[in-house]
Design a protein around this ligand. Structure first.
Ligand code: SF4
Length: 226
């Protein structure tokens, strides 16, 4: 069966064993290419914007891996790119669950809360690691002008409401990129609902020095979320 234009064409990488992507669990990591944002500090810009340059991992490769290795793992991490921007994400998650029986953790920038809510409602993932990138007013700069401050506020407030209703299923993290001040970090911490903590991650610079220039050149024009 052809998978052209399905979510399976976004399956562009695997890390067979990770001890750090899901704190407290050994997980494998599947990478889904493509992203709805254009963060100039992106650490994985080929996965986000040039997934066609990366080798495709076939559906069969994935299921064979899971059948062989699931017994040695505590979970499966889905990352990107941005998983919620992948069409057919639900089918991929369902297949991972069906084959492995393992809990699933998904990373997300939180800018597509409808998709997160749908995945949560269908119980297709167990845990969501959400990036809070900084103060809302810095989202245009933080996301390559892909998101307005108003959209960042609106989307994250929906995610926070989901987290309040499902506290076991969410955690939040912030990568302290160079444009963020200590005060910005405190502002972002203040957004979280009671009982949640913001995990601060060190910034890892992009692998190529000219990544920022490339990112600007590739930024889709006219797609700002507002
Ligand atoms: S949300 Fe930003 S940092 Fe994350 S993959 Fe997309 S462009 Fe890169």
């Amino acid at each position: 069966m052809s998978n052209i234009s399905s979510g399976w064409t976004h399956l562009r990488g695997i890390e067979p064993l990770s001890l750090c992507d899901w704190p407290g669990r050994t997980s494998c990591v599947f990478f889904l290419g493509g992203c709805n944002l254009s963060c100039p500090t992106c650490h994985n810009f080929d996965m986000a914007w040039n997934m066609e340059n990366l080798p495709l991992l076939s559906r069969r490769d994935m299921t064979t891996f899971l059948r062989d290795r699931a017994r040695w793992l505590d979970g499966v991490t889905i990352t990107g790119g941005e998983p919620t921007a992948v069409p057919g994400l639900g089918e991929i998650l369902h297949e991972i669950r069906r084959i492995s029986g393992l809990p699933i953790k998904m990373d997300s920038n939180g800018m597509l809360p409808d998709v997160l809510e749908d995945i949560l409602r269908q119980k297709l993932a167990d845990v969501f690691a959400i990036d809070v990138k900084g103060p809302y007013e810095k989202y245009p700069a933080l996301t390559g002008r892909a998101v307005t401050a108003e959209a960042a506020r609106r989307n994250l407030e929906r995610v926070f409401a989901l987290a309040e209703a499902n506290p076991q299923a969410f955690y939040f993290r912030l990568t302290k990129v160079p444009i963020l001040t200590d005060e910005d970090v405190e502002t972002a911490k203040g957004y979280l609902p009671d009982g949640f903590e913001l995990t601060i991650q060190n910034y890892i610079p992009p692998r190529r020095e000219h990544a920022h220039a490339d990112n600007e050149a590739r930024r889709p024009v006219g797609n700002m979320v507002d």
